[in-house]
Design a protein around this ligand. Structure first.
Ligand SMILES: [Zn+2]
Length: 87
């Protein structure tokens, strides 16, 4: 099997609600049984399942940078009360 064949191999990816693709599994007949378990586990974790190719998945897969449960981020308080900035 050459590189092009690998790149065109179908696979499933799991996307988090923040948009990060954090999981991938190759969709091949010999893995079908495992993939059913894998994909349903992803769904339980709240991932959105998409079907794509290995080449696409490779470009999308990344570590989620939104792991921190902290919700207090810098962007909110500046536009919440703009009048305070003038004091
Ligand atoms: Zn993320």
């Amino acid at each position: 099997m050459n590189q092009d064949d690998v790149d065109l191999t179908p696979c499933y990816i799991g996307r988090k609600t923040c948009g990060c693709v954090v999981a991938v599994t190759v969709d091949r007949p010999e893995f079908r049984r495992d993939n059913i378990k894998t994909v349903s586990a992803w769904m339980r974790e709240g991932l959105t399942i998409e079907h794509t190719t290995v080449a696409q998945a490779r470009t999308m897969l990344s570590d989620c940078v939104h792991k921190s449960p902290k919700k207090t981020r810098g962007s909110k308080h500046t536009d919440a009360q703009p009048s305070l900035l003038k004091l």
